[in-house]
Design a protein around this ligand. Structure first.
Ligand code: SF4
Ligand code: FES
Length: 249
């Protein structure tokens, strides 16, 4: 059975024009957009749309996904000029009959909608994204005061989708810049009362490729599908860096 044998008929259905970025470096140097007419149903998401095309139009379309529940961060894309999670975005919310889908801008494309996230993960690893303690670990849980936990609320919501990294002009121009997501995670451990590595953490973010590279243009805040305020975290780290330079903790 060919891929088109099961294709639903479009007659009488709501239809959207879908334009998808295509690029396969193993066969060509040129990128282009492919267009399809796709029948739209009530709660269809952008991810459903990609599956429709994969199943009925072109089985070679490459895209990432995993959880389908807006928690793994794999499906971040650029849809009609806005950063979005494909699995969370319902087509009806786009309020458009033409839908343009591109990979995360400013990242190297591996194929179609799949980008190379290695530079993003390299920055994430650099900030040591785990608790560092000097004292003996507790036998069971590492309890934390609810008020202290509240201080990290915004930051723990990050799903590492990379949208903020892709949107940041400083990441485009300084390949060594840690970027918004890594700095949010850095702030998360800096405010964590259980972490005991503040001195060494400061050295990682208080430098020319750290917080001082941020010029507070808020692209990251606008891009984040989880409504995290990365700029707040970065400003908090800047204040901490200055305090440390003047002998604070
Ligand atoms: S801060 Fe927001 S945009 Fe950046 S990686 Fe986390 S969830 Fe994605
Ligand atoms: S598939 Fe996991 S966030 Fe969309």
């Amino acid at each position: 059975m060919s891929i088109t044998d099961t294709k639903p008929q479009l007659k009488g259905q709501n239809v959207a024009t879908v334009n998808i970025f295509r690029y396969d470096p193993s066969t060509t140097d040129e990128a282009h957009y492919d267009s399809w007419q796709v029948p739209i149903t009530g709660s269809m998401t952008v991810l459903d749309l990609l599956f429709y095309i994969l199943e009925h139009e072109d089985g070679s379309l490459a895209f990432r996904y995993a959880c389908r529940e807006a928690i793994c961060g794999s499906c971040a894309l650029y849809v009609n000029g806005t950063y979005r999670l494909a699995c969370k975005t319902q087509l009806k919310d786009l309020k458009a009959t033409e839908i343009n889908i591109s990979p995360l801008p400013h990242l190297k494309v591996i194929k179609d909608l799949v980008v190379d996230m290695d530079p993003f993960w390299e920055k994430y690893e650099r900030i040591r994204p785990y608790l560092i303690t000097r004292d003996d670990l507790p036998e069971k849980e590492f309890l934390q005061d609810p008020a202290d936990r509240l201080k990290m609320d915004d930051m723990v919501d990050c799903i590492l989708c990379g949208a903020c990294y892709s949107s940041c002009p400083q990441c485009w121009t300084d390949p060594e810049y840690l970027g918004p997501a890594a700095l949010v995670k850095m702030n998360r451990f800096t405010v964590d009362t259980r972490d005991q590595a503040n001195q060494e953490r400061t050295k990682i973010f208080d430098n020319e490729h750290g917080v001082w590279r941020c010029h507070t243009i808020f692209n990251c805040v606008e891009a984040c599908p989880k409504d995290i305020n990365q700029t707040y975290s970065i400003q908090h780290l800047k204040r901490r860096a200055v305090a440390r330079r003047f002998g604070g903790k």
